[in-house]
Ligand binder design. Structure first.
Ligand SMILES: *Cc1c(COP(=O)(O)O)cnc(C)c1O
Length: 551
């Protein structure tokens, strides 16, 4: 190799060059662009290291806090990124990575995102986004239509109305949930007589005016943690997110909800919202939305549905009935970056009533003037990218029936995998898939039998050892790099609600095959035998229980 003495220079001329001269096709970055457009999966497989480095090692590559005093050539720096960053990133689009809600993306989004970044529109106001504003409003209208199914004249009237809004496009489910609860709070504590509303006067004076002792947000104990963040930033407090008990299928118990509402009423604590979860993050179950809608209606409480992950199921005519009742919600959160196959940073909150968002409307002098169509007057975020374009393109290119095929295939693949797990003598399905998410664990056949005879103490010991084993297998599998499932801790009815560590699988990647699922189980079985602490402990406990039972 030639010794390279080149040193990049920070001249104004070179600064101009990076704004005007594209990277040559034979440069490092040029080659990457070509590779990515020809075979992204191959590129990722080639550049992401198969075996993980410990995080502490990786941190050493990112430990210098000095901003460089001399520039780098693009090619040199790109090489650094390939070696140190890309190599140690996570191959989320690999068909054997079935642990997360983010998976593969269709190809057309790569060049389209370049157009989006190249245009660099700012959706906060029309001046910096022009056609992107009606496009985003149309996308919100389409998703509104998917959920609430109003007539054409409804959309003709409201979709582009300056003083109305069918929802907000935002960075994800968290901001969507915050926005929904912000609107619910402001509509509840609205202007009244001398009181100019919570948005203007704040929570303290709002509570005094309305005479409430406290506020509350009601959601099942499986509610997403973003709701606590929302309660925190809205001044309601995390303690005021009241977890309602769930049944054996992780769905909210409506009898418990009703009892809680009565208790709150007696204490003059006002609920700002009842939240139904449509696809819990841990187990993928859906709350009884129709019943929740009845209760919310009866008590006149804002009804929000957190369908961040499961909302895409509405694309499927075959399975959309699972979300029956969602059309009665006042607001719905849905993430495009989960099951709608759009890159990260695409969430939405949709309001049934086009006037709901007036409660958070904000105007400023130089932008967001009253009567303007600037999207920034109804969003928590200020400057925002043209991400809606990628969802718009996907909705057109894939179309509703295309999404239906993807969604149905994912759900049916989860059903296949559940069946496969049940056939194994040494695996246990912990939660059945309602959508494309399920949980399970490895339990040796003899141990399954021993659990039936175990007394409370023995059962407790076995469960703890099994939890350790599940954790061991999951970590080993991730570290060895062939496949990945996630793990979580749940409280199954079957084990008297004791903490149970489980493998969690989300089957969203269209390229995940039955063979891959077979291989995942086989690998886990092999990895279990490598456990030198938990497995021997489980075997010892199992033997003791079985011996006692036989004698
Ligand atoms: C993912 C998820 C969220 C949070 O969404 P982000 O896009 O990660 O901010 C909220 N609720 C549920 C049910 C989710 O699955």
């Amino acid at each position: 190799m030639v010794v390279d003495n080149r040193q990049a220079e920070a001249s104004l001329e070179s600064m101009h060059r990076i704004f005007t001269v594209p990277e040559a096709p034979d440069s490092t970055l040029g080659a990457i662009e070509l590779d990515i457009s020809q075979n992204l999966n191959e590129f990722l497989r080639h550049h992401i290291a198969a075996v993980e480095k410990p995080l502490a090692e990786i941190e050493k590559d990112f430990s210098n806090a000095d901003i460089p005093e001399s520039p780098s050539f693009v090619s040199d720096h790109t090489q650094f990124l390939l070696d140190k960053l890309v190599a140690q990133s996570v191959h989320t689009s690999a068909p054997s990575f079935i642990g997360h809600m983010t998976s593969a993306l269709p190809y057309f989004l790569m060049p389209l995102s370049k157009i989006m970044i190249g245009l660099n529109q700012n959706l906060v106001k029309i001046e910096t986004s022009k056609a992107f504003t009606p496009l985003e409003r149309q996308v919100l209208g389409m998703i509104h239509n998917l959920i609430f199914d109003q007539q054409t004249d409804f959309y003709d009237k409201w979709m582009h109305s300056a003083n109305h809004s069918l929802g907000a496009f935002c960075s994800g489910g968290t901001v969507a949930n915050i926005t929904a609860l912000w609107v619910a709070r402001n509509n509840l504590l609205k202007a009244d007589g001398d009181f100019r509303g919570v948005a203007q006067e704040g929570l303290f004076r709002a509570m005094k005016h309305y005479g409430y002792e406290d506020l509350a947000i009601l959601v099942s104990e499986r509610g997403h943690y973003s709701l606590k963040k929302a309660a925190d930033v809205l001044g309601i407090g995390r303690d005021c997110v009241i977890p309602v008990k769930t049944d054996g299928n992780n769905r909210i118990r409506t009898d418990e909800l009703k009892a809680t509402l009565t208790k709150l009423e007696q204490k003059r604590i006002k609920p700002i919202a009842i939240i139904g979860v449509a696809g819990t993050t841990e187990t993928g179950n859906i709350d009884p939305l129709e019943e929740l809608a009845d209760i919310a209606e009866q008590h006149q409480i804002h009804f929000h549905v957190d369908a961040a992950w499961g909302g895409a199921t509405l694309m499927s005519n075959k399975y959309r009935h699972l979300l029956k009742g969602v059309e009665r919600a006042d607001s719905v959160t849905i993430d495009a970056h989960k099951q709608l196959y759009v890159p990260m940073g695409a969430g939405m909150v949709i309001f049934k009533n086009p006037a709901s968002m007036t409660a958070i409307e904000h105007h400023a002098e130089y932008i967001l003037r009253k009567g303007s169509k600037d999207l920034g007057s109804h969003t928590l975020e200020g400057s925002r990218s043209g991400m809606a374009m990628l969802l718009y393109a996907s909705l057109n290119i894939i179309s509703r029936p295309g999404y239906e095929l993807l969604i149905n295939a994912s759900i049916e693949k989860a059903q296949y995998f559940a069946g496969l797990i049940k056939q194994q003598v040494d695996f246990e399905l912990v939660t059945e898939p309602e959508l494309c998410l399920l949980t399970y664990r490895y339990v040796p056949a003899a141990t399954q039998q021993a659990l039936e005879y175990a007394n409370d103490e023995e059962r407790q010991q076995l469960l703890e050892a099994l939890n350790d084993l599940t954790q061991f297998i999951q970590k080993r599998q991730r570290e060895s790099g062939k496949s990945f499932v996630s793990r979580t801790r749940i409280h199954p009815e079957k084990w008297q609600r004791q903490i149970t560590t489980v493998f969690r699988v989300v089957l969203a990647n269209p390229l995940t095959s039955h063979e891959i699922l077979d291989a995942v189980l086989k690998e886990q079985r092999v990895l279990a035998q490598e456990s030198t602490i938990s497995l021997p402990e489980i075997e010892r406990l199992t033997q003791a229980i079985l011996d006692r039972h036989q004698s």
